[in-house]
Each structure stands twice: as structure tokens, then as C-alpha cells.
Ligand binder design. Structure first.
Ligand code: ZN
Length: 459
């Protein structure tokens, strides 16, 4: 009934096309998230990306094949994938060729037959071209950046669509297998567990597998001249890499070398580490002025280790995101404080543990200089990386700790990371869980510390 009405309304508004027959409708062309208009899609849920890409730094040309496994969440006549630039060759749904067309950053796929709700299907996309950067984002340069020695693909809130067709919104998480072929001598790094490498005709294929559900913006690809260290930590692979142009034993390398120690400390507070590999990558390209919590293997821009200074704090921040943001992901970007408030708070926890200022002292200093007119929740797209998201968010976390006491506070965090592992959640979910674990009303506390327009009373 709803379907027929939707079709009727669509008919009146914009014309009901032939593929609306029999209740089969096109999937939505975006995820409906006002922070990233056009990004993400509806009508299906991706469970796996199988990516096979080849990149030649001498021509900046990338050739790829994506095999995407998804389940239709409605009776689906056609659906969109996000893809920025790049030329699409063939598209198949299952074994059958599918019609496809491009519209801006969308790849619109019409399968030969409609896909019934609940049906699992694969879509295979062959593509090639010179990938593009994403400029002008509030975080800075991202997307696919051609570097002096290779390339770096990363970015937030979106980046993945610059190098593979994807449902580019964190609400649709999936596992990944990546094979990336680059000229011999270059490293090709990504998320997850390393697989076997193979070489032929001057090219080497590196393989990576991320089994835990991953939001697309947490995928990364780093190609270039790197000092790669492959080790194990707590029985799982640990892969770290520092750009060869940076000092071999400098601040970046020494900070990255603390990854295992910092992860273990955070696990003692947040609960078991959520992924089956560890690591980190320090790049040398200073267009990337940020670090990003790419899943299991954060990428750090060179500015964090300027003048060759060590910086364990940024490592603690990005590793804390493995629990807060990567394992437990936001459902809408308006809740980004759920990522950044906890990661910022983790910096305070780490600093105290490492012999610096206490979390309480950092809280007091931050409280005194906070602009309470800016909310942590729904900060607006222009301020999604603003102080209110990071620092005011951290204040709210510490205020919760002061209010409920250490035992209950850390039980709330561990319950959250356990119950929500691998999924998506909202601020309302966190408040409800905290109230359940603490056995008391906490909504007024969260409201005051996250969105209230004046300085809250100190707990
Ligand atoms: Zn962060």
C-alpha cells in the first residue's frame, strides 16, 4: 500500500517510470544525512567489498574491479553506488550484464530483473581512470591524493568513492578484501590482516582483509616508499609503516612503536580491542594535515611529528577511535561527538597514565575556556570537526564519570563497546545505555553538558 502511494506521488511529482511496476522501486540516491548530501544510498545493505585494484604512480592511473555483495532491503528496480570520477566499463548483477549510467558522483545500476526484498546479490563493476582528490572539506584534503612516490586515499566524512564504487555512508558497514597491485619496490598498505604477496612482470600484489564490519570512510590505501614493520601483538598481526623520507628513528617511528602499549592501556579501560590486527601509517605528504582512525591501522599526517618530536597523544586518540567510531560507529554525522568526544577523552586518560596531567586537571582547564554556545550534538556540517565536538564532548564524558563514579563509568563504556560492537549507534542510544547501567536518570546531565547554552554546574 505504501509502495503504491509512493509511486502515485512520484508519478505526479516527477513521473513514474516503467521500473516502478509491480512495487519494485529505485533505491534512494542518498542516505538522507544532511551532513553529506548525495552520499550513501538506499534500497540495499552491503555485506562485503572484494576489491582488486592496480595503480601505476607514473601515470596516476587506477584500474579496478569491485565485487560487492549486498542484500536488497526493498523490492529494488534499480540502485545507486557512489563513485567520483573514473570510467565504468562493465557492470554485472549476478552473472547478467546490467544497464548503468553515471550522474555526477553516482553510478546508477539497473539489473535485468528486479531484486526482491531480502535477496542477496553481487554487483561487479569494472572501472578505470585517474582518481581525484576531495578538496575543500572541513577536515582538509582527502580522497585519492597522488603523492611524490605513490598515492594516499583517505578522508572524512567521505573518501572511498574516489577509488571504488561504494555505498559511501557509515550506516552501511561491510567487510573488505583488497588486492592492490603496484610496481615492485613500492609498499601498498591498507586495513586489516595482511595476506600473501605475489610478484609478476615487475608488479607486486599486496593483499589485505578486514573481517570486522567497516564504515567506508575508514578504508584507506597508502602506496609508496615506506619502511614497513610486520610484527605480532597479543597474537595478532601488527603492521606499522613510516614514509621512507621521514627519519628512521625519529619522532614518528618512536610514537608509532608505542601502538601496542597504548592499545593495551586503552583495552584496560574500554574493553577488549575490537579488531584482528593492529598498526599505523605515518605519511609524509603535508597536504594531509590530520590523522584519521582508518580501521585497525590509523594514518597520521606528518604535522603531528613536526621537528621530529614524538607524539603519543595523537596515537592514543586514533587508537581510541578503534572502539569509539570504528567498532561502534555513528549512524548519522550529526552524532560525530560520539567519536571525537571519547577519542579526545582518551587523550586525557593516556596523558594521566603516561605521567602527565590528570584527566581531572585537563577537564578543569578545558571547562574554563569552553564556549557553551556551540553544541556537541548536531554541530552543523561546518563545525563537525569543531571544538564543541572534540573538547566539549570530552567534558561531557568526564562529567558522566564524576557523576556516576569510576566503577559505573567504566562499566558503561565497556558495556557500550561490547553491546554495540560492529554496529551503529546514536546519542540517544548512549544515554539509554548509560541510564540502564547506572540505574539512574542521566538525560539531563547529557543535555546540559552536550547541548545546553550555558556552563553546566560542576559535578
Ligand atoms: Zn578523532
Amino acid at each position: 500500500m505504501a509502495t503504491a502511494l509512493t509511486c502515485f506521488v512520484a508519478l505526479v511529482a516527477a513521473g513514474c517510470t516503467g521500473d516502478d511496476r509491480d512495487g519494485f522501486r529505485p533505491g534512494a540516491a542518498d542516505a538522507g544525512d544532511p551532513y553529506v548530501p548525495g552520499r550513501g544510498n538506499g534500497g540495499y545493505d552491503v555485506t562485503h567489498y572484494g576489491l582488486d585494484v592496480r595503480y601505476d604512480p607514473s601515470t596516476d592511473r587506477l584500474t579496478g574491479q569491485a565485487v560487492i555483495t549486498a542484500t536488497a532491503t526493498q523490492d529494488l528496480s534499480r540502485f545507486n553506488l557512489d563513485l567520483v570520477g573514473l570510467d565504468v566499463g562493465t557492470v554485472r548483477v549476478g552473472d547478467a550484464p546490467a544497464d548503468h549510467r553515471r550522474s555526477d558522483a553516482e553510478l546508477v545500476v539497473t539489473p535485468r530483473d528486479g531484486l526482491s526484498r531480502g535477496r542477496q546479490f553481487t554487483v561487479t563493476v569494472g572501472y578505470t581512470g585517474v582518481p581525484t582528490a576531495v578538496e575543500g572539506g572541513s577536515l582538509g584534503s582527502g580522497g585519492f591524493l597522488h603523492t611524490a612516490d605513490g598515492a594516499v586515499a583517505l578522508g572524512q566524512p567521505d573518501s572511498a568513492a574516489t577509488w571504488f564504487p561504494v555505498n559511501d555512508h557509515p550506516s552501511d558497514k561491510a567487510s573488505y578484501d583488497l588486492a592492490v597491485t603496484v610496481p615492485d619496490g613500492l609498499a601498498a598498505l591498507s586495513n586489516g590482516v595482511p595476506g600473501p604477496k605475489s610478484s609478476a612482470d615487475g608488479w607486486t600484489t599486496w593483499r589485505w582483509s578486514e573481517r570486522a564490519p567497516m564504515a567506508s570512510y575508514l578504508s584507506t590505501l597508502v602506496i609508496g616508499d615506506y619502511r614497513v614493520v610486520t610484527d605480532t601483538h597479543a597474537g595478532r598481526p601488527m603492521v606499522t609503516a613510516v614514509a621512507a623520507s621521514l627519519p628512521a628513528n625519529g619522532g614518528a617511528a618512536s610514537s608509532l612503536a608505542r601502538t601496542g602499549e597504548i592499545v593495551d592501556f586503552l583495552a584496560s579501560r574500554f574493553g577488549p580491542y575490537p579488531f584482528d590486527s593492529y598498526g599505523g601509517i605515518v605519511i609524509a605528504d603535508d597536504r594531509v594535515g590530520y590523522a584519521l582512525e582508518t580501521q585497525s591501522r590509523p594514518v597520521y599526517g606528518p604535522a603531528f611529528f613536526a621537528d621530529d618530536r614524538p607524539n603519543a597523544s595523537v596515537v592514543a586518540h586514533e587508537l581510541a577511535h578503534q572502539w569509539f567510531g570504528d567498532s561502534v560507529s555513528l549512524a548519522r554525522w550529526g552524532d560525530i561527538w560520539l567519536n571525537e568526544g571519547f577519542a579526545s577523552y582518551a587523550e586525557w586518560l593516556w596523558e594521566e597514565h603516561d605521567g602527565g596531567r590528570t584527566a581531572q586537571r585537563n577537564f578543569e582547564l578545558q571547562y574554563a575556556k569552553t564556549d557553551w554556545s556551540q553544541p556537541s550534538v548536531e554541530p552543523g556540517p561546518d563545525l563537525m570537526f569543531g571544538t564543541a565536538v572534540y573538547k566539549r564532548g570530552a567534558l561531557a564524558v568526564h562529567a558522566l564519570r564524576r557523576t556516576v563514579g569510576d566503577d559505573t563509568f567504566f562499566r558503561i563504556l565497556r558495556t557500550w563497546t561490547a553491546e554495540r560492537a560492529g554496529g551503529n549507534a546514536t546519542t540517544a542510544d548512549l544515554v539509554a545505555l548509560a541510564e540502564r547501567v547506572a540505574g539512574r536518570q542521566l538525560r539531563p546531565l547529557f543535555d546540559a553538558w552536550l547541548v545546553g547554552g550555558s556552563a553546566p554546574t560542576l559535578p
